[in-house]
Design a protein around this ligand. Structure first.
Ligand SMILES: [Zn+2]
Length: 188
């Protein structure tokens, strides 16, 4: 049960962020139950590894302007936009001059939100197939990543309630996003 409430908490936070119009940063801290939270060794190791992987994936030069990528700053834009930070500033300035920036930024935010809701929906679909049983993989290794499976189970009624509630939550959020999208597009 603790496993689900942790997951529910993450989803609720995500939706709260979403409603506040902030971009949600996925924090998939895969912790099955409260006790394991104290063990941050695996988590640190994990982010270290993913940082290495990301810098490997980023090309040395921006594919758009051919300037050298400046690791930290460009990395985020490379991963989300496929070009460097400077190119992003250029694009945004051009839109500002044309007076389209606000609409563009809002539509982009809404697209992020839609993508996030889709992810959320998918994770609920996956959760539903577990029938309330779920295996969590906790990264417990300090020096080397090690995975440890944790299992838990919830009652059938509780399970169905959680699913129904989550789906309703997502549907409401989707309706709001769509409504807002229509408003913005109507402004043009
Ligand atoms: Zn560039």
């Amino acid at each position: 049960m603790a496993g689900y409430s942790k997951e529910a908490e993450r989803q609720n936070k995500a939706l709260a962020d979403l409603m506040a119009g902030r971009e949600h940063e996925k924090e998939y801290v895969q912790v099955g139950y409260e006790g394991k939270q104290e063990n941050l060794g695996g988590k640190t190791r994990e982010s270290e590894l993913s940082e290495v992987m990301q810098s490997v994936r980023m090309p040395l030069f921006c594919p758009k302007c051919d300037k050298a990528m400046k690791k930290k700053l460009d990395d985020k834009f490379w991963r989300t936009q496929g070009h460097c930070f400077d190119c992003q500033v250029d694009i945004e300035n051009k839109l500002r001059i044309k007076g389209e920036f606000d609409n563009w930024a809002q539509l982009k935010m809404l697209n992020n939100q839609k993508a996030y809701l889709k992810d959320l929906e998918q994770s609920i679909d996956e959760f539903e197939t577990t029938g309330g049983k779920k295996e969590w993989l906790n990264n417990v290794g300090v020096n080397t990543p090690e995975l440890e499976a944790e299992k838990w189970e919830m009652g059938e009624k509780e399970f169905e309630n959680q699913i129904t509630e989550a789906r309703k939550f997502i549907q409401d959020a989707k309706d709001k996003v769509e409504q807002f999208e229509k408003q913005i597009q109507g402004d043009k």
